[in-house]
Design a protein around this ligand. Structure first.
Ligand code: UDP
Length: 214
């Protein structure tokens, strides 16, 4: 029997994460876990349903939840926690992390990510390629950064926020951090210069709330 690691999500992000797991863990069997995949093989690896993964005989079983949607990620994470399946932290070999950084369980830090000093990050954080988090940021649970997010110093980002590709968030100050509220969405390329209320979608430069046409 061997140690097995499951990459939950056999879609685009899962295919990007599996090679990082392979690099971080040698001598383990890697499988994709997916509940909606039409084939039993992807990029040369088995694709199992969650139920089939539970049946796999192994010395140990762990997994990473490589699903970008934060609400789905939370549901899948809870399902795995209920089964006492350990959820691991994945970090590309060239990730840079400086001093006094805390990162919760289930993070995925993709290639070229940088987290500088005195940063606190909650559980299940995804930072896609080339993103950075600068000094004194506080990031909640299930936060997702698309590629190349520029998160400058003294920014607080609440749970379930999604920051789109190439967004730039202006730095706050120690007495007045810039705040991005719970479940907010920052559109790709947005330049965020002031607080974003919870549940709001902002786009553009300077970023403004998206006006929905009814
Ligand atoms: N998925 C799953 N179980 C769930 C919800 C989603 O296996 O309860 C899978 C879904 O079948 C899909 C993947 O998760 O293959 C999510 O992929 P998607 O293309 O939506 O986004 P990505 O996270 O790759 O950007």
């Amino acid at each position: 029997m061997t140690d097995v690691i499951g990459i939950y999500g056999a879609s685009g992000f899962g295919r990007e994460v599996l090679p990082l797991v392979r690099e971080q863990y040698s001598s383990v069997e890697l499988v994709f876990i997916d509940d909606g995949f039409q084939s039993d093989n992807l990029n040369g690896y088995k694709v199992l349903s969650f139920d089939d993964f539970l049946e796999v005989e192994a010395t140990s079983k762990k997994l990473t939840v490589a699903i970008a949607d934060s609400k789905i990620r939370e549901a899948v994470t809870k399902k795995c926690e209920e089964r006492n399946l350990p959820i691991i932290n994945i970090s590309a070999s060239n990730v840079v992390i400086l001093d006094e950084v805390e990162i919760g369980q289930g993070s995925i830090l993709c290639p070229f990510v940088t987290v500088t000093s005195n940063v606190q990050i909650g559980k299940s954080f995804h930072a896609n390629i080339y993103s950075y988090v600068a000094h004194d940021c506080v990031i909640g649970d299930y936060v997702t950064f698309a590629p190349r997010v520029h998160c400058n110093g003294n920014i607080h980002i609440d749970d379930f926020a999604y920051i789109g590709t190439g967004a730039v968030i202006k730095q706050g100050s120690p007495d007045k951090p810039l705040k991005i509220g719970k479940g907010a969405i920052v559109g790709m390329g947005a330049v965020v210069t002031k607080d974003v209320p919870a549940g709001t979608i902002v786009i553009g430069n300077p970023a403004k709330p998206l006006e929905r046409k009814s």
